[in-house]
Design a protein around this ligand. Structure first.
Ligand code: GLU
Length: 341
């Protein structure tokens, strides 16, 4: 018994040392060092709570599908998830209702409009996709549950499975979102006007504001991304977060619509399904390989973290992770993790 626990301890220690001394860890440290001085961009200030973030915060984390963790900087600083939550609530709606029904309510077309545009597809009256606010609010309205508390608990439980830890709400951010959320309210009423959103609108909006106000770390984002990379199975806890059947639906909308009005250029340059939020988080998924989380609250004019975009672009290029990269094999990535092969 004692021998076994000693062996476990040794294994854990060896694992930690592997991460500390691996070329991948060293690579992330260099990246962090390179981009820490970059001060471009501005913090989201549509609510005072978000403007309180520190512009120097900067964390990077990579989690592989076999559960290895590499992280640097402010990887355990909490911030609100904001729009990064959208693909995951979409996944839950797919589990609740199936693909056809969800598609009849929310499309999958990139819109070219701003994320908070008060606009629906003129032909179908559907929001364009689940990554813009209209689509995400319609998706929040589809989450099953007897009452608001039960629906919120389902979201907390959903993100607990993805992150492997108990989730908390930033109540101050939630209340600010709710107080200043008239634009989102307008979107919800427009959808109700067209018969696309039923039920109690204020309850649906509250659920949407709550999902945006969930606290996560950069480490959490990488674990969540690695869970999608691993077909919906959390690679650290080995708990299933989402039905594997719906992972491709989530990744598809992330690929085409996940990075606001930069989604096309992101798909072209970085080539990874991803989602960003105005809290400064970005997560990116390299299917069957790894998940990337980056956090830095300075945003560009489209709402994406400036350092986050730079870091993901570099990592994708360095390891040949672009979805359509047919020229390279995995050698560079495997050597970064395991040393020279
Ligand atoms: N809570 C924000 C809103 O609905 C989400 C912003 C974002 O991250 O895109 O305006």
């Amino acid at each position: 018994m004692q021998d076994e626990s000693i062996r476990d301890d040794r294994q854990a220690l060896t694992g930690d040392l592997a991460a500390m001394t691996s070329p991948l860890q060293a690579y992330l440290e260099t990246l962090h060092h390179t981009y820490q001085p970059l001060r471009e961009g501005a913090m989201a200030d549509y609510i005072p709570e978000l403007a309180k973030a520190n512009p120097d915060w900067f964390g990077i984390c990579i989690v592989t599908v076999d559960g290895r963790v590499y992280q640097v900087g402010n990887y355990d600083q909490e911030f609100t998830m904001q729009s990064v939550s959208k693909p995951f609530v979409y996944g839950l709606a797919l589990e609740d209702h199936g693909r056809d029904y969800v598609l009849s309510k929310v499309g999958v077309e990139p819109s070219g409009d701003a994320f908070n545009a008060i606009v629906l597809d003129e032909q179908s009256n559907r929001p364009y996709n689940p990554m813009v606010n209209a689509g995400a609010i319609a998706i929040a309205g589809l989450i099953k549950g007897e009452n608001p508390a039960e629906r919120m608990n389902r979201l907390l439980e959903l993100f607990r499975r993805y992150t492997g830890r108990t989730m908390r709400l930033d109540v101050a951010v939630f209340l600010s979102e709710r107080t200043t959320g008239d634009r989102n309210r307008a979107i919800a009423y427009l959808m109700r006007n067209f018969g696309m959103l039923a039920g109690n609108l204020e309850e649906t909006l509250d659920l949407y504001f709550q999902q945006c106000s969930l606290l996560v770390t950069c480490h959490d984002l990488a674990v969540i991304a690695a869970t999608l990379a691993n077909d919906g199975l959390n690679p650290i806890t080995h708990e299933r977060a989402v039905d594997a059947d719906y992972v491709q639906d989530m990744l598809s909308v992330m690929y085409t619509c996940g990075m606001y009005d930069f989604s096309g250029e992101w798909a072209y340059r970085v080539g990874l399904p991803a989602k960003s939020g105005v809290g400064g988080g970005i997560l990116a998924v390299a299917p069957r390989k790894l998940g990337i989380g980056v956090f830095s609250p300075l945003l560009d004019t489209r709402g994406n973290s400036v350092r986050g975009v730079k870091v993901c672009t570099e990592i994708s290029r360095h390891f040949g992770l672009h979805a359509f990269n047919t020229c390279t094999d995995d050698t560079r990535l495997r050597e970064a993790i395991f040393g020279r092969l």
